[in-house]
Design a protein around this ligand. Structure first.
Ligand SMILES: C[S@@+](CC[C@H](N)C(=O)[O-])C[C@H]1O[C@@H](n2cnc3c(N)ncnc32)[C@H](O)[C@@H]1O
Length: 148
C-alpha cells in the first residue's frame, strides 16, 4: 500500500517476478482511506503489518493495523527512535511517533518492544504482537486470555 503509482508499479513488477501476483493486492492511494476501505470490505486479517508511511499518522495507523489483525499477528513500525528525537519531540511527526511508542506499554491488546537500528543515525523498529482484539467482522475467541 502506498500513494505513489511509480512505487506501486515497482512493487507489482517484483511481486510478478516472484510469481505471487495472484495472492498480492497492491493498493494505491491515501493509506487512511485505503485502510478504512479494507475494514469496510472485511478483508482477511493480516498476519504481518509494516507501518512506514507519514510519521504523523503512526498512532492512527496502529489502530487500523490492530483492527486488520488477529491474535498472533505481528505489527512492525519503522523510524521509532529517530536519533533519539522521540525523547524530546520538537515537531509534529516526532510527537506522533512518541505517542505511538507510548501506546504499546499501556495497550493490553499488544505486547512489543522497540529494537534499535544502527543507521546513519540510530533509529528503531517497533515490533508488537497482537494478543487479542476484535478483528473484522467477528469477535475473536482464541484461547488467548485477555489480561483484564
Ligand atoms: C519511507 S517510505 C517507505 C517505503 C517502503 N516502506 C520501503 O521501505 O521501500 C514512505 C512511503 O510512504 C508513502 N506515504 C506517505 N504518506 C502516505 C499516505 N498518507 N498514504 C499512503 N502512502 C503514504 C510515501 O509515498 C513513501 O513511498
Amino acid at each position: 500500500m502506498g500513494r505513489d503509482e511509480r512505487h506501486a508499479e515497482v512493487a507489482r513488477e517484483n511481486v510478478a517476478e516472484a510469481g505471487l501476483s495472484d495472492g498480492v493486492n497492491v493498493r494505491v492511494g491515501d493509506a487512511m482511506k485505503l485502510l478504512g476501505a479494507m475494514v469496510d470490505e472485511s478483508v482477511e486479517p493480516f498476519g504481518l503489518v509494516f507501518i512506514d508511511a507519514d510519521k504523523g499518522g503512526y498512532p492512527e495507523y496502529l489502530e487500523w493495523a490492530v483492527r486488520l489483525s488477529r491474535p498472533g499477528s505481528v505489527i512492525l513500525a519503522d523510524n521509532t527512535i529517530r536519533g533519539g528525537a522521540v525523547l524530546d519531540p520538537k515537531d509534529g511527526p516526532t510527537r506522533a511517533i512518541r505517542e505511538f511508542n507510548e501506546v504499546g506499554p499501556g495497550d493490553t491488546r499488544l505486547a512489543g518492544t522497540i529494537l534499535p537500528l544502527m543507521r546513519a543515525r540510530i533509529d528503531g523498529v517497533a515490533v508488537a504482537r497482537v494478543l487479542w482484539g476484535e478483528s473484522i467482522g467477528e469477535k475473536l475467541s482464541t484461547g488467548l486470555v485477555s489480561p483484564e
